[in-house]
Design a protein around this ligand. Structure first.
Ligand code: NDP
Ligand code: MG
Length: 377
């Protein structure tokens, strides 16, 4: 029987990779929803390629149903997720906007293949509680977490004493702090190994992406931050590793191609052949180095947020989103991003993130405080 698949963020990088897998495996998957935010044309193209599949445009306006788009606005997006009848939803929405659609999918009894790391960073405890009650699976799609997920399933969580989370290091890996002060938007978007959306590309340049992933790993795999080591690995071939108590290390290696972790999540627990990801070891050299927290303070700040727990990870994410947006508008410098996040995290954010209202309220408050500092820069 075909798996019914909802693609949230179908107009983005993860979404396009997911649609590619649907195209290659028409006997296995039936799309039941495509969503986009602003790219109406790309969404309508999907509608023409897959006639009859409902479309939702969360950022746009229009008369639902009249122009080929069945749902409009944020409320429309959440309704679409609730009504589409998917077995599994791929959440490739960028940023904090992905949280409520993840929860809507869980409430609808649907497994979630989760690329949207913000869902876990903002509300991991709530999300896992709801997923447990609804008996649905949260399957990590982030390449590192997909790797760790499969390794832990193979070797047993109780045997794992350390996770090595690999990071490409981004485009500025070798720059001095003086040079980092001068980088612009275009430089930050030129990721060396992965082709991704704008926000995650910038986050890879500041190492905020790895920071978010440290938090994501703590929450997904129930680990302490001090048991996670980030390693700079410029080739992006080793997608992460686990070390067992006996010091044996196991790794997942493949070409950097997001279709592989997406396919793994969609077919789980089966492993299917794929036309991508194969490695040629001839001439391949793999390097590892320690990240520099002085030049890239977004990484130590994430460890701090993970250690404090509760609402701190959410605040880290919210402040970083505001800082990133402001950097994209060329109103602040690259190094201001971490300054803003540090400033917001210095406030008191004790509290539990089991309640959606508290989460959304704290998210708004953290953004407001970020803006007060930006006003002074
Ligand atoms: P993109 O920017 O390429 O795509 C984002 C998608 O989300 C688009 O479909 C966009 O719609 C939609 N979207 C944006 N804002 C909103 C909103 N407010 N409400 C609803 N939908 C919205 O991002 P990526 O695909 O690169 O990343 C998506 C998520 O996956 C992120 O959380 C990222 O961290 C994670 N991820 C991505 C990887 C990658 O390789 N790209 C790897 C690992 C994780 P539209 O374009 O129509 O405006
Ligand atoms: Mg990743």
């Amino acid at each position: 029987m075909k798996k019914k698949l909802a693609v949230l963020g179908a107009t983005g990088s993860i979404g396009k990779n997911t649609v590619d897998i649907i195209r290659q495996n028409p006997d296995d998957f039936e799309p039941v929803l495509f969503t986009g935010n602003t790219d109406r044309e790309a969404l309508l193209r999907l509608g023409r390629e897959f006639p009859g599949v409902p479309l939702a445009l969360s950022g746009g306006m229009g008369k639902a149903g009249v122009d080929g788009i069945a749902y409009y606005g944020k409320a429309g997006l959440l309704r679409a997720v609730a009504e589409c009848g998917a077995d599994i939803a791929v959440n490739g929405i960028a940023g904090s906007a992905g949280l409520e659609p993840s929860l809507a999918a869980i409430e609808a009894g649907c497994d979630v293949a989760l690329a949207n790391k913000e869902t876990v960073v903002m509300a991991g405890p709530l999300v896992f509680e709801r997923a447990g009650e609804k008996k649905v699976n949260i399957l990590p799609v982030d390449s590192e977490h997909s790797a760790i997920f499969h390794l832990i399933n193979a070797y047993g969580r109780e045997n794992v004493d350390r996770v090595f989370l690999t990071a490409s290091g981004g485009p500025f890996r070798t720059l001095s702090t003086e040079d980092l002060a001068l980088v612009g938007v275009r430089d930050a978007l030129a990721h060396p190994t992965w082709k991704m959306g704008a926000k995650i590309s910038l986050d890879s340049a500041t190492l905020a992406n790895k920071g978010l992933e440290v938090i994501e790993a703590c929450r997904l795999f129930n680990m302490e931050p001090e048991d996670i080591t980030v390693l700079i690995h410029p080739q992006s071939i080793v997608h992460s590793m686990i070390r067992l108590r006996n010091n044996a290390v196991y790794a997942q290696l493949s070409q950097p191609d997001m279709r592989l972790p997406i396919q793994e999540a969609l077919y789980r627990p089966e492993t299917r052949p794929s036309p991508f990801g194969a490695l040629d070891f001839r001439g391949l050299s793999l390097e590892f180095a320690e990240p520099d927290g002085e030049r890239f303070p977004m990484l130590p700040l994430a460890y701090e947020a993970a250690k404090r727990g509760g609402l701190y990870p959410l605040v880290y994410n919210a402040a970083n989103e505001i800082a990133a947006e402001t950097f994209f508008r060329e109103k602040i410098h690259f190094l201001d991003i971490a300054r803003i996040v540090r400033y917001v995290m210095e406030k008191d954010w004790q509290g539990s993130c089991l309640n959606l209202e508290t989460i959304l309220k704290t998210d708004r408050e953290a953004r407001r405080i970020a803006f007060t500092l930006i006003g002074d820069i």
